[in-house]
Design a protein. Structure first.
Length: 353
């Protein structure tokens, strides 16, 4: 008889408590399930928001992590898409209702029936979902991504959230040749957004608080780099951009950013500030501008993004850590002291404590 599999991980036992070792069970494989031995998992800023219950409704104990890369270790009896040994990834979702209009369009991230998030959610059977800070995960094959052979698993892991979160709006708002695109913020999301926008053929500008990461930005493919702490920047760049993707969760002078758009330009929010966004109507009316949001991407588009990254040699710039350093890494993420994404090496889970 098949039994649930013992799994090792790290969990936040309660709100604001440091993460500690945590043992739990993954479900036995259902016919369409893929069992994955997790090799690496990125640390996303949203892991910290949720472990600290800053968005409300957090479920504890919480095993965070939705930038998962690993190897298929076993497959259910009816799995056709993957076999043992395949290099795979799991992002922010592990299921959806699969029937609503959004799901039928491959936009499971906007599932009206509610998708099942990779951690800090409830699965269809009511069990809490546990994420990638662990040595194993079980996911339906339709929510598993293939990581192309040319992408290293560690540096590819953050593509599963940071990569798709920036790729999807760049594609939806047609970033490409002849388009001027600005990326606001050069953190985990922003640095990969710059690489993607450049590879798509757009003229790319980074808008960062200071010029401290300018050399990196240029190396990632930025054509221009401006400090937003310099008021001259806003005067100089007025009416410049077709698309601005805002990756930061800090409060901004939204009207000043909207003034940087051309006629019909769009400012797209992917970072989530905690306060409502104050915008003057005329900031939108003058120039027929759009203020929009975008959340991760569907499974089909996430695979397209991974294949695009393989074709263009794009991965994240990472700092790999053993899981024992996860709490310190959280503090460093909050201090913007990482270039540009922490990735946990899951082999460290079997190290002696
Ligand atoms: Zn994320
Ligand atoms: Zn749906």
């Amino acid at each position: 008889m098949k039994t649930a599999v013992q799994t090792k991980g790290y969990a936040a036992p309660s709100v604001n408590a440091p993460l500690v070792p945590f043992a739990f069970e993954r479900r036995e494989l259902r016919p369409h399930d893929v069992g994955i031995e997790i090799k690496f998992c990125g640390i996303c800023h949203s892991d910290i928001h949720q472990a600290r219950d800053e968005w409300g409704g957090s479920i504890f104990p919480m095993v965070p992590g939705h930038e998962i890369a690993g190897i298929v270790s076993d497959v259910g009896s009816q799995v056709t898409k993957y076999k043992v040994g395949d290099r795979v990834g799991v992002g922010c979702m592990v299921d959806s209702d699969r029937t609503c209009d959004a799901c039928r369009r491959g936009l499971e991230q906007y599932c009206s029936g509610g998708n099942v998030v990779t951690y800090n959610g409830l699965d269809k059977d009511g069990a809490p979902t546990y994420g990638g800070y662990s040595d194993r995960i079980v996911v339906d094959e339709n929510f598993v991504l293939r990581i192309p052979d040319s992408l290293p698993l560690d540096a590819a892991a953050p593509l599963l959230c940071a990569g798709i979160t920036t790729y999807s709006p760049l594609r939806h708002w047609n970033a490409g040749p002849g388009k001027k695109v600005a990326i606001v913020g050069m953190g985990g999301l922003g640095h990969v957004g710059v690489k993607l926008a450049h590879a798509l053929g757009a003229e790319v500008t980074v808008l960062s608080q200071t010029l401290s990461k300018q050399a990196d930005g240029k190396r990632f493919g930025a054509d221009h780099y401006y400090a937003t702490s310099d008021p001259q920047t806003f005067a100089k760049l007025a009416g410049t951009f077709d698309l601005i993707v805002n990756t930061v969760s800090a409060e901004l002078d939204w009207n000043a950013y909207l003034a940087l758009l051309k006629l019909d330009g769009a400012l797209v929010v992917v970072g989530a500030p905690s306060n409502p966004i104050p915008v003057a109507a005329f900031s939108l009316i003058a120039g027929r501008k759009t203020l929009a949001g975008s959340g991760i991407g569907g499974i089909k588009e996430t695979q397209e993004m991974l294949d695009f990254c393989a074709e263009h040699g794009i991965v994240c710039d990472i700092e790999t850590i053993p899981i024992q350093q996860v709490n310190e890494a959280y503090d460093r993420v909050l201090a913007s002291d990482v270039r540009y994404r922490f990735v946990i090496d899951m082999e460290s889970l079997s190290a002696p404590a």
